[in-house]
Every structure is written in structure tokens, then in C-alpha cells.
Write a protein that binds this ligand. Structure first.
Ligand code: Q0N
Length: 287
């Protein structure tokens, strides 16, 4: 872990440290959450898979948008990042109707002010991807907001730019993934401003933790889809009749191994790099 670095924040499964005035260290742990609860059992290398995948996407989307990645450390789970002034909105893009998007559509026929066609089912592909911004509510949960509210929070110009860039990033990644058997149903981006007030992509992007990844060969709209990465863990948790409150159950060895295998499979399909080659030299994803 970093020696003289200040801990500046943590998510459920990641930690953020200040390296100096301009740089942060983002460290992805092997923790996994299901049904919003972090489980007591870790998935070995999960943090490395997510770090490697995010770095892969950062390298391949540089012409769409600059990003905060400065370097990837040899441990494969830590990235040195430029410190940004983060926008107070989460930039969500949805290509399919799931989660809160499906919930809002079912109740109102709209999602974040987008009026959608009638007759869509849970997990239906949308006629075109939509930008559905959210804010971190006081509860710590994300809350969908309409376009007007988001534009008030960041200003009309930045809102328009964040929407355009988010849709471009999603379009590129979703097409790449679909050709490799993975549907990226939706994804969340976090942007910040650099010292010249340019929009820069931050956080961890286009990973299974920041997106819904579905196996394309099992896609069947009309209900919930299996998660590419977490389905073994979810099925096991469901089989116990756990009430989904903290603490969650320990995962048995076979569920851990199966889940690790799915993360590694997502990495290898998308990056087309052996995960062992990544472990030997993480910078392979940047070349
Ligand atoms: C930042 N968050 C929210 C890590 C991610 N490049 C940056 N500069 C300044 N601040 C941030 C970043 C980034 N990325 C992003 N908080 C601060 C997401 N966190 C949650 C905890 O784990």
C-alpha cells in the first residue's frame, strides 16, 4: 500500500489515496458486492481484472475523450491518476432497459425525461442509447434526475458535452463488446475538469462493476438477465435464503473459482490479452 499517502476516500470496493497535489492513487480491491452488500469472501484478482480492463478502455478511447490515467502500477490493481475537479453528476448511458431504467419506464413510460416507445419489456434493447444522469443521494444510493436538473448542476454547455461524450464512449465500447459476445446493457461514467477546465474521464470506466455485462448468447428480453460476472455468487446467495442485509454469506470455494473465471473471461474476451500476460506486465493493456 502507499507509504505517505493520505486516504481521501473509499467506495465499497475501492480506495483512493492522495499522492501529491496533482495525483491520486486508485486501488481496486478483490471485494465483491451482491444485492448492494459487500461479501466477506474476496474474489482473487478481481481488482486486477477491473483495473486492467479500465486501463484497456482508457487506452482505446483516448481520441473520444482524454482520461485521468497517468500510469498503471506493477501490482496490476493500482492506477496513478490526475486529480480532477469532479462533476456532481453520474453520467449513465443505457442501451437496454434494466434496473432503475426499467422501474421508471414501467411506472411512467419515461426515463430521465426520455419518452420511450410503448410495449418495451424488461431488458429490451432501446431504439437508441439514452443518457440518464444521476446524483448520489444522501442515502448513498443513486437517484435518477431529469436533463434540466443535471444541466442546472453542471451548466448547459458541460451537460451537453458530457452527454455527447458519454454516448460516444458507450457506442464504441458496446459495439466492441457485442462483437466479443458481451452485451454492455448500461454503464456509468464520472467526469472531471482539469486545470484548463477541459472535460476528462475519471474513475473506473466500462468495467463489470460500473456497468451491466450480460452474456450475449443467453440474451432473452422479457425478464432479468444473468450477470456475466456475478451470477454464480447471486445464485448461491439466493439458494441460502439470505435476507440481503449485512453481513452477507461467505462464498464456497467453487463459487469463488467460478466467479473469478468469469471476471478473467470478460477481461480476455474484451482486451484479447491473456490475463497471465497482464499479471506479468500490466502495461500490456496500454499498447
Ligand atoms: C474522485 N470519486 C468518486 C474511488 C472512486 N481523478 C480524480 N480526481 C479527483 N477526484 C476523484 C478522481 C477520480 N476518479 C472520484 N471521488 C473522488 C468515486 N470514487 C469512490 C471511491 O473509490
Amino acid at each position: 500500500m502507499p507509504e505517505a499517502a493520505l486516504h481521501v476516500g473509499s467506495g465499497k470496493v475501492r480506495e483512493l489515496y492522495a499522492l501529491d497535489d496533482d495525483r491520486l492513487l486508485l486501488v481496486a480491491s478483490d471485494r465483491i458486492s451482491t444485492f448492494d452488500v459487500v461479501l466477506p469472501t474476496e474474489i482473487p484478482d478481481k481488482g486486477r481484472v477491473l483495473t486492467g480492463l479500465a486501463a484497456f478502455w482508457f487506452a482505446r478511447t483516448r481520441d473520444i475523450c482524454p482520461n485521468h490515467l497517468l500510469s498503471l502500477r506493477a501490482d496490476g490493481r493500482s492506477t496513478e491518476c490526475r486529480r480532477l475537479e469532479m462533476l456532481p453528476i453520474e453520467c449513465v448511458v443505457r442501451g437496454y432497459l434494466s434496473g432503475s431504467g426499467w422501474k421508471d419506464y414501467s411506472a411512467t413510460g419515461t426515463v430521465c425525461g426520455h419518452v420511450l416507445p410503448e410495449g418495451l419489456s424488461e431488458s429490451s434493447q432501446l431504439p437508441e442509447p439514452i443518457f440518464t444522469p444521476a446524483t448520489k443521494a444522501a442515502t448513498g444510493h443513486d437517484e435518477n434526475i431529469d436533463r434540466e436538473t443535471a444541466a442546472e448542476l453542471v451548466g448547459a454547455d458541460l451537460f451537453a458535452e458530457a452527454e455527447r461524450i458519454s454516448l460516444a464512449l458507450y457506442g464504441f465500447a458496446a459495439a466492441h463488446a457485442r462483437e466479443r459476445g458481451i452485451i454492455i446493457a448500461d454503464t456509468k461514467f464520472e467526469f472531471g475538469l482539469d486545470d484548463e477546465r477541459r472535460l476528462v474521464l475519471g474513475d473506473e470506466a466500462l468495467t463489470p462493476d460500473s456497468s451491466r455485462f450480460w452474456p450475449a448468447d443467453e440474451y432473452q428480453p422479457g425478464g432479468a438477465q444473468p450477470s456475466f460476472d456475478k451470477q454464480f455468487a447471486r445464485d448461491y446467495c439466493e439458494s441460502l435464503g439470505w435476507d440481503k442485509t449485512d453481513p452477507g454469506p461467505e462464498l464456497p470455494e467453487d463459487v469463488v473459482a467460478g466467479t473469478r473465471g468469469r471476471y478473467v473471461e470478460a477481461f480476455e474476451r474484451l482486451a484479447e490479452i491473456d490475463f497471465d500476460a497482464y499479471l506479468a506486465d500490466p502495461e500490456v493493456v496500454l499498447r
